[in-house]
Design a protein around this ligand. Structure first.
Ligand SMILES: [Zn+2]
Length: 367
């Protein structure tokens, strides 16, 4: 087995860049290792108009332009903007976004009400958004799903470990039946039920799914190793080992409709290590390395480039990167947080200070 691998520069199908000082701290990290990324709209306030997306995109590009040191490396990074499926989103806005010259909208993200960070503006059920979904189907705008059921019909909370299973069993089939031509991406899949569904129904360009490095690397044993682990606290929750193994087997198959979406979701230290730890795993400093590590463990490094760099852009009608990155099999550790200009610490997973212990990353991106 080779000790280095060169692939086209990766594409992140799912990233949270936040705003303000946090955005300025984390965006260069994504832009250094990914040539482009689908940027999630659950900022506060949410991105629900093309105009807001234009402003958000400007803020992201400004953060890269002004960032000292990595400016050259990240010069070509393209943030791809999305809208949040709130009750305010209109079919007219979809129409405006699909062909917008200044800031094309690449997808609409749906969050189940109350299920994760800034999901309080979402619909109780995606199926309520009839007019917008119809317009999206008509114009070919992808729907990006946080596929979990949080509240049942009686407004009672479901078991959070069952959210994805319930969505796959009930909501997703009804959605696909009602809008057969709608392009759909099931984000951050985490269960055997999602794997079964995608193996049966996944279709290149039509029904795709993204996988995080976190769900490939960890299961509940680590999430509760020696106590609860805030850095692994995310939605969908890290599941049992059996689910992780199924997701790993899925990526090993090299299917054209499965791609990398890191779901890197930074939070300040004060919100992660608090009495009520917020959802979201910050993984952009190690994401490409961890994906490579998993593919190496699975003996399928030959499938890495399609998963990381080809399948995502193809779904969004884009060319893959013309640049490449090289990774070497080399152990390294990180113990440092990312620190914003306001001196706020943001801890990535897999670090030796707040991680699971003496965590070692086995692959390294070469300069
Ligand atoms: Zn996310």
């Amino acid at each position: 087995m080779s000790d280095t691998i060169t692939i086209k520069k990766p594409f992140d199908s799912h990233v949270h860049l936040r705003r303000g000082a946090m955005l300025r701290a984390v965006t260069p990290i994504t832009a250094e290792k990914f040539y482009s990324a689908i940027v999630m709209p659950n900022t506060e306030p949410p991105i629900e108009t093309v105009e807001q997306a234009v402003e958000y995109k400007k803020e992201i590009l400004a953060a890269l332009k002004n960032h000292q040191g990595v400016a050259l490396m990240v010069s070509a990074f393209e943030p791809l903007m999305t809208l949040y499926l709130t009750k305010k989103l209109t079919p007219a806005e979809i129409e405006k976004g699909v062909s917008n010259d200044v800031c094309k909208i690449y997808g609409v993200k749906s969050y189940p009400y109350g299920a994760t960070t800034n999901s309080q503006w979402g619909f109780r059920s995606i199926l309520e958004a009839k007019d917008v979904l119809k317009k999206m189907e008509e114009v070919g705008m992808p729907l990006l799903l946080h596929g979990e059921v949080h509240l049942n019909e009686n407004n009672e909370e479901e078991d959070p470990y069952d959210g994805e299973k319930l969505f796959i069993a009930d909501v997703l089939p009804r959605l696909l039946e009602t809008y057969p031509k709608l392009k759909v991406s099931l984000e951050h899949m985490s269960t055997s039920q999602a794997v079964d569904f995608m193996e049966k129904n996944g279709k290149d360009g039509q029904l795709v799914a993204t996988v995080t490095p976190t769900h490939l690397m960890y299961d509940r044993r680590q999430a509760f190793s020696g106590g609860y682990r805030p850095l692994l606290h995310m939605k969908p929750l890290i599941k049992r080992r059996e689910h992780k193994e199924r997701v790993r087997e899925l990526v090993k198959k090299g299917l054209p409709f499965i791609s990398a979406g890191t779901d890197s979701a930074p939070h300040p230290e004060s919100k992660k290590f608090s009495s009520c730890c917020v959802f979201g795993v910050f993984n952009s400093p190690v994401a490409v390395e961890l994906y490579t590590q998993v593919f190496d463990e699975l003996g399928c490094l030959d499938k890495l480039e399609n998963f990381m760099s080809m399948n995502g852009p193809r779904f969004y009608g884009l060319e893959p990167s013309s640049e490449t990155i090289t990774l070497a099999k080399k152990d390294w550790q990180t113990s440092e947080p990312v620190v914003t200009e306001e001196d706020v610490k943001v801890w990535p997973i897999c670090n030796t200070q707040h991680g699971l212990g003496n965590e070692t990353v086995h692959w390294q991106v070469q300069a």
